[in-house]
Design a protein around this ligand. Sequence first.
Ligand SMILES: [Zn+2]
Length: 404
Amino acid sequence: MSPINARFWRVLPLMSPINAGLSRLSLSTETAGELQPADDPGLKKRKKRDKSHKSGKSVSVCSGSSKRKSTDPTGHGRAVENIKLQSRPIASSRVKFPLLTEKPRYTTKLIDIGANLLGYGTPVFPDIDSVVRQAAESGVGDIVIIGATIPVSKQAQTLLSSQPDSGPEELTGAATARCSLHFMAGCHPHKASDFARDGGRPALRDVIMAANQGQCIAVGECGLDYKYLSSPEDVQKAVFREHLELAVELQKPLFLHERGAHNDFIDLLSPYIPRLPTAESACIHCFTGNWEQLQTYLDLGCSIGITGWIAGSHKSAVVAALRTAGWERLRDRLMIESDAPSLLPKYIMPTKPESQYEKNVPANLPYVCCALAWILKVDPEEVAKATTENARRIFLNVIPENGL
Ligand SMILES: [Zn+2]
């Protein structure tokens, strides 16, 4: 474990021996570090706004299913031989994050495996170049642009094809200010109703095939979202299947979204996992679930994407899930993502923004890494190194130098 750079960790006095490494700190935050509602007058307001927010919306789903009494760890009655019963999950945990004075920096360059730089087609960032430059200056080496719809995927492909070729370290993407851009092609479940109109699987295949080599690194965003049902369930399922088939056909990883649809999601995904390049090619993006759900994903071999959602409010179920799994089990499965412009990692930022719904940018990814490290009680540099290695292996298809 490498020492933590204390310059970036102005932590509470009682945690002063930070250079000893986070794993040696006592971080029983169930009560001690908890932010009480009284400390946060904006919480009530934000809870109300949660209902209309795109991504921070699975709290009720998670807490609901975590209370379900079941002898089946998958919770959906599926016979899965390799699902192992685990010890009882760690009790619900809340976290008070360290007080940072500035943005953390790591020796390892980070990889943002999912950023909505092009939104759903309506520009969210008027100047993408400056967003990318800011990310590069913050130690982000690669950004993967999410394909939220087929037209957006096409837009991403066009954007990258116009980018200059990159240097030796960025062989696969288009480098801007030493930050390499990639994209994925897909259709978010919210937009599943538009999939057929936009050309369906053939159009998506065309976008992927038109990309320069290595630039389109995954199929996605795709999956199921029953939380808001922006598209009907049956349409979502059919469109999700199209993505799964395409990923198998082209042997691409998947960037997967699931909210409030866990059982259907697992039923649809599971048969495809053995047909993907590897099981970890199925990345559960922005994991916000509980321990049962995490266990199911891990036992299926999936990789897990973590966003600033974990540091956006009091995310007790997901914290408990991650801690129950533990770093040793998660080390080779985790990746980090900004999911910009959503999911600002508000509670770990030195200056807490007024609203957690302020526009998020990939340059905030170092905070996500830091929050994840704090939750898992691991050296942040270790988390940076592991998540980057995982993203390079799973998404960028880069084989580590040691051949492992
Ligand atoms: Zn998503």
